[in-house]
Design a binder for this molecule. Structure first.
Ligand code: NDP
Length: 445
């Protein structure tokens, strides 16, 4: 058994119920063999064992009262995974599917993603099994205040800086920040994704989606290709999906389908993003209503069917494991050329293998392709500490440069170890090399 195999075995033995975490660890560790083989000193320092074990995981009770006076208790989590490169950084997810395994998988991914950005940020992730759907504004505020009443003692501008994720957008970040400030009596950059009137950064809202498209655009450019007239499918209709759609459309793509967790819309004339924004950002409604507002659009119950729509570009931007091996095979058979992951771990391990075996598919993995959000969060942190505000153009230009640099770093890392074009390996290796250097330099901690 190799060192990597032994560590993976150990992870499975010690975390038998954490299937998402095991999936993420398997995807990452199996690609690190060439680096591990080149550095026998890593095994002696138990580097991989330390990499896969969070420095700290906080689990807490979140009591809150609904509009009818009923008391609810949710579970709260913050996993402070790795601080070798900088303060813990990673979003908060509010969704009923959240459990320790999901937060650990996201946290592990986040370590390498943050390393890849080249910015001084460590990895963490948190959230709750609270379901924001159908809750009143007051209930959301009550929940966020209760959540922060425990979380505040564990975070700080130089310790751990959370942000948004599924179910946590500008509104929730605002309520969380307000409560932190009230408890600590300090107005600091402890959360990113803040509103522009209280320390947020321009382009943060757009950053993950725009960054995803900038990286795909670079992959296209190097192949003499572009987004112009590309039939594109974007899954999800949340923060990442909306701004991926916006930038792809600006670059000439024809986005024909999107979904929410109930079903998908197909609009052969090209998605009207103004209608999606009104539905999702303003009304907080369901995507089904798009088909009643836009002539020629169809609504289909269920999500999986979206991947049967023939497309040149697929941008999964909703959640983990939304593309399984069957959907991947259909996408490939229908001639997809680029698959770029906006969500975290949207493709199963089998789906990734299908994309990589297909000759003409460029597959850009999440930890590189969706790193624009956290990179811009780090830019927000810089602006907060310097009490500065950069213009949209400035932030957008920095974001684009970062995404292009990440693309080339992962491309070069894949080539260095003889796996040209395998960006899963490239991203994992490039992120891990920097992390390993920082961890080795800091001793056994
Ligand atoms: P949002 O909450 O804004 O949107 C999530 C979207 O995905 C919604 O349309 C939601 O539908 C849909 N969705 C969620 N769960 C499911 C499911 N089980 N099946 C089908 N659809 C689902 O989240 P974000 O856009 O912020 O995040 C999307 C993904 O991108 C996540 O994987 C997140 O980790 C990742 N990401 C986000 C970043 C950010 O900056 N926000 C940064 C990097 C990665 P519905 O409304 O019906 O629930």
């Amino acid at each position: 058994m190799t060192y990597v195999e032994r560590v993976l075995d150990d992870i499975k033995q010690r975390n038998p119920n954490e299937k998402e975490f095991i999936q993420a660890a398997t995807e990452i560790l199996t690609t690190l063999e060439p680096v591990i083989n080149a550095h026998p000193e890593y095994e002696q320092a138990a580097l991989l064992e330390r990499f896969v074990e969070p420095e700290r995981a906080v689990l807490f009770r979140v009591p809150w009262v609904d509009d009818n006076g009923k008391v609810h208790i949710n579970k709260g989590y913050r996993v402070q995974f790795n601080s070798a490169i900088g303060p813990y950084k990673g979003g908060l997810r509010f969704h009923p599917s959240v459990n320790l395994s999901v937060i650990k998988f996201l946290g592990l991914e986040q370590i390498l993603k943050n390393s890849l950005t080249g910015l001084p940020i460590g990895g963490g992730k948190g959230g709750s099994d609270f379901d924001p759907k159908g809750k009143s504004d007051r209930e959301i505020m009550a929940f966020c205040q209760s959540f922060m009443t425990e979380l505040y003692r564990h975070i700080g501008a130089d310790t751990d800086v959370p942000a948004g994720d599924i179910g946590v957008g500008a509104r929730e970040v605002g309520y969380l920040f307000g409560q932190y400030k009230r408890l600590r009596n300090e107005h600091v950059g402890v959360l990113t994704g803040r509103g522009l009137s209280y320390g947020g950064s321009l382009i943060r809202k757009e950053a993950t989606g725009y960054g995803l498209v900038y990286m795909t655009q670079e992959a296209m450019r190097l192949r003499g290709d572009s987004f112009q007239d590309k039939i594109t499918v974007v899954s999800g209709s949340g923060n990442v999906a909306i701004y991926a759609c916006e930038k792809a459309q600006q670059l000439g793509a024809k986005v024909v389908a999107m979904y929410d967790s109930n079903g998908y819309i197909y609009d052969p004339n090209g998605i009207r993003l103004d209608v999606i924004k009104q539905l999702k950002e303003v009304e907080r409604g369901r995507i089904k209503d798009y088909a009643t507002r836009v002539i020629g659009a169809e609504y289909h119950e269920g999500c999986k069917g979206i991947w049967t729509i023939p497309c040149d570009v697929a941008l999964p931007c909703a959640t983990q494991n939304e593309i399984d091996s069957e959907s991947a095979a259909v996408l490939v058979a229908n001639g997809v050329q680029y698959v770029a992951e906006g969500a975290n771990m949207p493709s199963t391990l089998e789906a990734i293998a299908t994309f990589q075996q297909a000759k003409n598919v460029v597959f850009l993995p999440a930890k590189a392709a969706n790193a624009g959000g956290v990179a811009t969060s780090a830019l927000e942190m810089s602006q907060s500490s310097g009490r500065l505000y950069w213009s949209s153009e400035e932030v957008d230009a920095k974001l684009k440069t970062i995404m292009i640099n990440i693309y080339h770093n992962m491309d070069n890392a894949a080539k260095k170890y003889g796996f040209e074009g395998n960006y899963v390996m490239g991203a994992n290796i490039a992120g891990f090399e920097k992390l390993a250097e920082a961890m080795m330099a800091q001793g056994i901690v």
